[in-house]
Design a protein around this ligand. Structure first.
Ligand SMILES: [Ca+2]
Ligand SMILES: [Ca+2]
Ligand SMILES: [Ca+2]
Length: 252
């Protein structure tokens, strides 16, 4: 066997070995938005079932939130005990789902305990509860189970509108989308049913306590795309090295 032929065989063996070691390389793409609303339009997307919730002005919440994701215009306000449902269909292939929204804890939500305490905000994805925490606004000694990660709390027990001001009717605001619990939720079905509600033994009427959401965005992490071994070799620079070696063989 000539030296050139043995070198060519060496290249073939290297390529084969690479394809055996790395037959499929997973390429992870950026999250893809599948639903987004700022609730400012008078017409809500058909994917949302409101129950008794209403689109209403954000009042004193306006401007709270990070740049590009602030309360503004209208938001979706709900009584406690009412369920808001987002139904998404025909989702692209994906491995995880991400939820992002601003949350308004309005008026005298009472935290954990017995009536009127017992006001728990829930987020349920396809029947699985991913968030179940109480919120307390009325007094400083009530028990709020939710401990927000750094950067999530936007305002706590201040007057932002609706009932009040003062008394038990102070308000709070949170950028719940910044809480990691709402990111990378394992999910691959082509549909998603997402429910939002405050439930518990402490629920009371709309003028006593309520909640709202603004800037609701849902995205999915696309399923990894298989990359052929040759493309991986190209990306890794190995093909370039092989090319240099071949040119050296030809000029030898
Ligand atoms: Ca809005
Ligand atoms: Ca208030
Ligand atoms: Ca209550």
């Amino acid at each position: 066997m000539s030296s050139h032929k043995s070198i060519r065989n060496g290249f073939a063996i290297l390529a084969f070995a690479a394809s055996a070691i790395c037959p499929v390389i997973a390429a992870h793409a950026a999250p893809v938005s599948v639903f987004s609303t700022d609730f400012n339009s008078a017409t809500l997307p058909a994917a949302i079932s409101l129950g008794s919730a209403l689109i209403t002005g954000v009042q004193g919440y306006a401007g709270l939130g990070p740049v590009g994701n602030q309360f503004g215009g209208n938001f979706l306000r709900s009584a406690t005990g009412n369920v808001v449902t987002l139904q998404l269909n025909s989702l692209p292939a994906h491995t995880a789902i991400n939820l992002s929204f601003l949350f308004a804890a309005i008026d005298s939500l009472d935290g954990t305990g017995t009536f009127p305490q017992g006001d728990f905000f829930n987020v349920v994805v396809d029947g699985t509860t991913i968030f179940n925490e109480s919120f307390a606004n009325a007094t400083s000694y009530q028990i709020q189970s939710y401990v927000p990660p750094v950067g999530v709390e936007l305002a706590r027990r201040v007057d932002l509108g609706f009932s009040g001001p003062g008394g038990y009717y102070t308000d709070s605001a949170y950028n719940l989308g910044a809480d990691p619990v709402f990111s990378n939720i394992a999910h691959s079905a082509s549909t998603a049913t997402i429910q939002f509600f405050i439930q518990g033994v402490g629920i009371q009427d709309l003028n006593d306590e309520s909640w709202a959401m603004d800037n609701l965005n849902i995205s999915v992490a696309p399923a990894p795309v298989p990359v052929p071994a040759a493309a991986w070799l190209f990306g890794s620079g190995l093909l370039g090295l092989i090319g240099v070696a071949r040119r050296k063989v030809r000029t030898a």
